[in-house]
Design a protein around this ligand. Structure first.
Ligand code: PLP
Length: 406
């Protein structure tokens, strides 16, 4: 790169961060990196450097950045029809619905544009059915994350995120994590409309809720005519080594919500309503202008094809184990306390509160990882990550938390 070109890039980067600081609402603590392009597991910064990306847009670009088949399908679709509203039928939406229903073993789908909206639809199903069955309460789990709208934030088990907005709304009840007795007591009080949980809590640092607890929750829902909702927005579509994480726990949810990776990086949300939940919403009950548009639809069809590639789930498990191996070395070394994992959804709790420092050091050394707290590092590499890429991140961690630090 010539000196002038480099100088221009630096100016462009400075300009964008100035505009961001001045004109974008300051709701995000930005990391010190501006990204301009991506391919596979790598992104390129405005500084011209290449970074190995184990954040993956927060489990969105699960088949890598700018997957050629996603790019081709989107290009083709934007040249044909971008939008026409849900007053009219478009083929990609109908085909994605059929594919998702097939993956989930039955059900009907409502499309939206984000995870929060996918859960909002699930909560509307629960509340409407509750008005018919006398169930007025939504039960959710401590440390969960279901979105930032008023409704979904009410069901998000993080009081610090709720309090500034006077939430939760009436009719939402938090139960402690991993506590089946508390769950039984909550149902015993009567009037439960629904139970909502992530099979593996993502945002709070990869906490699998486990088969036993969730099976109990499902049984309680059945016994009390309540709706069992699995938020698979982060765990679904291969991330946990299966189409849905609930399948690894042998569950049969009434509602499954999806978003993040479904459209290869384009905004989409999907709410799969099954069993008793499938016939609750009728014409006029719900809607959205953009939901299920043909462009994200075309991308989703490619993602669903990629998800069917033979050997994918076995590879996810194998890659997850390899990454876990590196983290286990940190535990053995006394630098980390635990490793938690399902498939390629992986986290470790460090002994010292330096997770955010590791993230910043990673940026300096060309490795992107995520911290969910002062001690927790979360890893969400693309499902297509190679052993060599895992080892590069493992070696980075080992340099700073293992041998390098003794
Ligand atoms: C990301 C996420 C959401 C919210 O999705 P948005 O698209 O940000 O609204 C909800 N639930 C879970 C489990 C998530 O990981």
């Amino acid at each position: 790169m010539s000196g002038t070109a480099r100088k221009n890039e630096i100016e462009v980067e400075a300009r964008a961060s100035q505009l961001d600081a001045e004109y974008v609402l300051p709701t995000y603590n930005r990391l010190p990196l501006q990204i301009v392009s991506g391919r596979g597991t790598e992104v390129v910064g405005a500084d011209g450097r290449t970074y190995l990306d184990f954040v993956t847009g927060l489990s969105v670009n699960n088949f890598g950045h700018c997957h050629p088949r996603v790019v081709a399908a989107v290009r083709e679709q934007v040249g044909r029809l971008i939008h026409c509203s849900n007053l009219f039928l478009t083929e990609p939406q109908a085909r994605v619905a059929a594919r998702l229903s097939g993956l989930a073993g039955g059900g009907r789908v409502f499309f939206s544009n984000s995870g929060a909206e996918a859960n909002e639809c699930a909560l509307k199903i629960a509340r409407k059915r509750g008005t018919e069955t006398g169930g007025g309460r939504i039960v959710f789990v401590e440390h969960s994350f279901h979105g930032r709208t008023i409704g979904t934030l009410s069901a998000t088990g993080q009081p610090s995120k709720q309090a500034p907005f006077g939430l939760p709304l009436p009719g939402y009840q938090m139960v402690p994590r991993h506590d089946a007795d508390a769950l039984r007591a909550s149902f015993a009080a009567g009037g439960v409309a629904a139970f909502i949980a992530e099979p593996v809590q993502g945002e709070s640092g990869v906490h699998p809720l486990g088969a036993e607890y969730l099976q109990e929750a499902e049984t309680l829902c059945r016994e009390n005519d309540a709706i069992f909702i699995m938020d698979e927005i982060q765990t679904g579509l291969g991330r946990c080594g299966a189409p849905f994480a609930y399948q690894r726990y042998g569950l049969n949810p009434d509602v499954v919500t999806l978003a993040k990776s479904l459209a290869g990086g384009l905004p989409i949300g999907a709410t799969i309503a099954r069993n008793a939940a499938a016939n609750v919403l009728t014409a006029g009950d719900h809607g959205t202008t953009f939901g299920g548009g043909p462009v994200p639809g075309a991308a989703a069809l490619v993602v669903l094809d990629l998800l069917e590639e033979p050997g994918l789930f076995a590879r996810v498990e194998q890659a997850g184990r390899r990454l876990e191996g590196w983290l286990q070395r940190l535990v053995d070394k006394g630098a980390a306390e635990t490793v938690r994992r399902l498939g390629l959804m992986v986290a470790t709790d460090l002994v010292e509160p330096i997770a955010r420092e590791i993230v910043t050091t990673g940026i300096q050394e060309g490795v992107l990882v995520n911290a969910t707290s002062e001690v927790t590092l979360r890893f969400l590499p693309p499902l297509t990550v190679s052993d060599e890429e895992i080892d590069r991140v493992g070696e980075f961690l080992w340099r700073h938390l293992g041998d390098g630090r003794q």
